[in-house]
Write a protein that binds this ligand. Structure first.
Ligand SMILES: [Zn+2]
Length: 236
């Protein structure tokens, strides 16, 4: 019976209508000494009907974000982490589905990956976005000025920024706050990274280079691994 069910599942999956979103199954098998669930959720921006930004040479944001996410997943898995992607193919995923996966994942970090666009073609560089806990959960009083260093999303954003400060060709545009849906509705440390501007010729050629996408993934992996060492996994 079991094998029959597995075979049926495979057949159904194989016949799935293109573009129909099939969320990943959760949680993965429980491993000895580790809590159930995932370590990290990676969210490749856009997909399917949602192209996102487009470069002058035709680079689609949804393609770049998925490729970086897959490279990052592989690198984190090599470090022993269990990594969920909110999409694994060119499929349409709603923002609510993305944050819901983050919510139910049991993970200690949610990272949404994007590439930017601007009317001004000179705009260039990478940005890291987060939303302070008081904004996300409506608890406490909003502080004036900088968020406390204890804000976990902010800490992860800082670690990512630091990774891209050394020997990186694109300008550091800083850490910013934005009420993006996936930051507002994912109740675990959540960060959104804009890896570069597809509307900028130099940024686009960098994002088109597989070696550079691998390097972006490597730096994001470093930041996540440092975040885990500093206690990210103990503070959901
Ligand atoms: Zn985007």
């Amino acid at each position: 019976m079991r094998w029959g069910a597995v075979a049926l599942t495979l057949v159904v999956a194989g016949c799935a209508t293109p573009g129909v979103y099939a969320p990943p199954r959760m949680p993965p098998a429980r491993l000895p000494g580790r809590p159930a669930g995932w370590d990290v959720v990676l969210d490749p921006g856009h997909g399917g009907q949602q192209f996102g930004a487009r470069g002058r040479r035709g680079t689609a944001e949804k393609t770049v974000t998925l490729d970086i996410a897959k490279r990052l997943k592989r690198q984190l898995e090599q470090a022993g982490l269990r990594v969920m992607l909110t999409r694994t193919t060119d499929q349409t995923v709603t923002l609510a589905q993305r944050s819901d996966l983050g919510k139910r994942s049991g993970a200690w970090a949610f990272l949404s990956i994007h590439a930017n666009a601007a009317k001004n073609r000179a705009a260039s560089g990478f940005e890291v976005y987060y939303l302070p806990a008081y904004e996300r959960f409506g608890r406490g009083v909003a502080y004036a000025g900088a968020p406390p260093a204890t804000d976990r999303s902010y800490r992860l954003a800082r670690l990512i920024q630091q990774e891209f400060r050394r020997d990186w060709p694109l300008r550091d545009r800083g850490i910013k706050q934005a009420r993006f849906h996936v930051l507002r509705h994912t109740p675990i440390p959540a960060v959104l990274v804009e890896t570069g501007f597809l509307t900028n010729a130099r940024d686009e050629s960098l994002l088109n280079d597989p070696a550079m996408r691998e390097e972006i993934a490597r730096r994001l992996a470093n930041a996540l691994l440092v975040f885990r060492r500093q206690g990210g996994r103990d503070q959901r």
